[in-house]
Design a binder for this molecule. Structure first.
Ligand code: PYC
Length: 323
């Protein structure tokens, strides 16, 4: 990777979805080579990874930030192709990011209420911008892969959880015994770190060797309109401030597989910060098509200056990259 030697500007719109930030790049990014989105992501990773680090690390960003790079779509009916990234790498799908991108496109006057198509590396995602500015999206096919998988931890004993796909791979656990609360972040984080380290050490994975890079802990909700509260540990060691769109999809896939949620029935998923996603599903063969609804608000329009004379222009990280 060659770092830029000239001063550059990246135009971004920041938003938050239920507290979780999305930084959408709307200008200044270089053209990516590649015949498809997977090749374009490879080009971004190999040639321009400094864009990711500059935008999601201090001092120009912070590590909870999820980035979204908008590219021209292949399908003329799609509003954009989107690549999601975070403080340690590139994400398959991102639910809160999809809601954030929709709010950003609406803020820019590029879309009106109605249904729109986004291309992601995990497949096509249709989202609906509602009249009240809320956004729902139909996620990629999701499914429970394994049930009641035991994982030993040093501090929390042997836990059990399901493994499910919701656009990313999740280990979903409810028997951790911890309070899911913003006042308990250190223990929640430690529990997820220990689960991740056993999963990595024992080679526990998703289908076809898929890497489980998200851990989701559940508990009884505080909100009356929710059925569950979650704490979601993301690949870079940050927690999702929102209920996590792909995590809620994975949860709904597990509920559907267990016969605990019926098609069309609503599931209120509260986040550790108290925000809410509403989810439901329909069957597609033996998988589900989840529909997730949430809201996002634009927080800033920013020109990020990449100044090669600044020794910290490409950011510094306090987190370790996942395996
Ligand atoms: O909402 O799917 C999501 C997500 C993944 C990582 C952070 N948010």
């Amino acid at each position: 990777m060659a770092l830029p030697t000239d001063r550059l500007e990246l135009n971004v719109i920041d938003s938050h979805t239920g507290g979780e930030p999305t930084r959408t790049i709307i200008g200044g990014a270089p053209d990516l080579t590649g015949d498809n989105i997977a090749e374009q992501i490879e080009c971004l990773r190999a040639e321009y990874d400094w864009i990711r680090t500059a935008l999601t690390h201090e001092p120009r960003g912070y590590e909870a930030m999820v980035g979204a790079l908008l590219l021209g779509p292949e399908n003329p009916d799609a509003v954009a192709r989107v690549v999601y990234f975070n403080n340690v790498g590139y994400l398959g799908m991102c639910g809160h990011g999809t809601i954030g991108v929709a709010a950003t496109l609406s803020y820019l006057g590029k879309i009106s209420p109605g249904e729109h198509l986004l291309e992601t590396v995990t497949g096509d995602v249709y989202f609906t911008l509602h009249e009240d500015n809320r956004v729902s999206f139909r996620n990629v096919p999701s499914y429970r892969y394994k049930t009641a998988v035991p994982v030993q931890t040093k501090s929390f004993g042997t836990l059990t959880g399901d493994i499910a796909w919701g656009g990313n791979w999740f280990y979903l656990c409810a028997d951790h015994g911890l309070e899911i609360s913003i006042n308990n972040l250190d223990k929640l984080n430690r529990c997820c770190r220990e689960i991740r380290s056993t999963i990595d050490a024992e080679g526990i994975g998703g289908e076809n060797g898929g890497i489980i890079d998200h851990v989701e802990l559940f508990g009884p909700p505080r909100r009356e309109d929710a059925q569950s509260i979650n704490y979601v540990d993301c690949p870079g060691g940050e927690y999702d401030r929102s209920p996590c769109g792909t995590g809620t999809s994975a949860k709904i896939a597990c509920l559907a597989a267990a016969g605990k949620l019926q098609p069309g029935e609503s599931w209120g998923q509260e986040s550790v910060t108290g925000s809410l996603f509403e989810g439901s599903f329909e069957w597609q063969g033996d998988k589900i098509l989840p529909r997730i609804m949430g809201e996002a608000f634009v927080t800033a329009e920013t020109t990020v200056v990449i100044d090669p004379t600044d020794p910290l222009t490409f950011g510094f990280s306090q987190k370790q990259s996942p395996a």
